[in-house]
Design a protein around this ligand. Structure first.
Ligand SMILES: C[S@@+](CC[C@H](N)C(=O)[O-])C[C@H]1O[C@@H](n2cnc3c(N)ncnc32)[C@H](O)[C@@H]1O
Length: 310
């Protein structure tokens, strides 16, 4: 039985394509009987393959903050005995305690958002969405992005865009957004995308880690910054890397983390650098092959880091 409250929708046709699937499966060194946590189960693209490899005696525990994604995951994983929880991966100790499992063999995080969330017009994740600009993974917690955007003054907004979006043009964009919202409120994703596009901001850019981003829309970094802020994404990752991951893995257990921008990747890299806690299994971050990048453009900015807990 899934341990969350399901929301009615069609969960049988997820659109998300898992990134770095082959690399994740290889590096996790899976086998029958292992206890594995997928801390960002999403549409279960990775988890389905993991579940098949640890069957019949293994245990899969899937977490997601988004009830709709858990509905899809439950459908995709119905052939396997699985524990699904609506929780942040930062809350893993509480979830494991509830299952009377002291520590696990493998933990996977695939950060960010899924294509199914992007495709859901009611969430505000895609630039063209006419629904409310919400951007929360768990709509029971925190405030929608439209409220945050209405509340921040120009200076605070510029700081947020710079800090969480690594947006080089943050001051000009903030000024334009504030001018726009004085004329009409920014309530939908489309309103925000139009407000940012009105600044004439260029689309293509590189983050501080030197990664070229698929910024085809000029508002890419603005949406990223707001999403990170309303979901407190970096705090969640810091809490997880600051002790949760180590404490929840058995000695010899393996952690695999996929990040999509340098703010996240930097935190993962620093955490795995601790020599008394981790042995790096991927000395360099693993990127998607050219073939995968062509087939699945989302994979272009993905970086996988893998480490063994000492
Ligand atoms: C990139 S998707 C995962 C896709 C999944 N690996 C697959 O192949 O279908 C990321 C998922 O993480 C979830 N998420 C984001 N932050 C989270 C957090 N702190 N704890 C748990 N889930 C989170 C999102 O709701 C989203 O469903």
């Amino acid at each position: 039985m899934p341990e969350f409250t399901p929301i009615a929708q069609d969960p049988s046709r997820p659109v998300h394509v898992p990134v770095l699937l082959r690399e994740v499966l290889q590096n996790l060194q899976l086998g029958p009987g292992l206890v594995v946590v997928d801390g960002t189960v999403g549409a279960a693209g990775h988890s389905r393959q993991i579940a098949g490899r640890i069957a019949p005696s293994g245990t899969l525990i899937g977490l997601d903050r988004d009830a709709r994604m858990l509905e899809i995951a439950a459908h995709q994983l119905s052939a396997f005995p699985t524990h699904l929880h609506q929780a942040s991966y930062a809350e893993l100790p509480r979830v494991l305690a509830g299952l009377h499992i002291p520590a696990v063999d493998r933990i996977l995080l695939d950060l960010g958002l899924s294509s199914d969330q992007l495709a859901d017009e009611s969430r505000g994740f895609s630039f063209s969405a006419a629904g409310p600009l919400d951007l929360r993974f768990d709509t029971r917690q925190g405030e929608p992005a439209s409220d945050l955007l209405a509340r921040l003054d120009e200076h605070e907004l510029a700081e947020l865009l710079e800090r969480f979006g690594e947006e080089s043009d943050s001051r000009r964009i903030a000024r334009n957004i504030v001018a726009w919202r004085q004329r009409s409120p920014i309530l939908t994703a489309r309103d925000l995308a139009d407000a940012v596009a009105s600044t004439g901001r260029r689309g293509k850019s590189t983050d501080r880690g030197g990664r070229s981003h698929d910024d085809r829309h000029p508002a890419t970094r603005v949406f990223q910054a707001l999403r990170i802020a309303v979901n407190q994404e970096l705090q969640q990752l810091e809490t997880f890397l600051g002790g949760v991951l180590y404490d929840c893995l058995k000695p010899g257990g393996i952690a695999a983390i996929i990040s999509f921008h340098s703010l996240e990747d930097r935190l993962v890299k620093q955490a795995f650098r601790e020599p008394n806690s981790w042995q790096l299994l991927s000395p360099k971050p693993i990127a998607a092959s050219p073939a995968e990048q062509r087939f699945n453009p989302r994979s272009r900015t993905a970086r996988l880091r893998v480490a063994k807990r000492l």
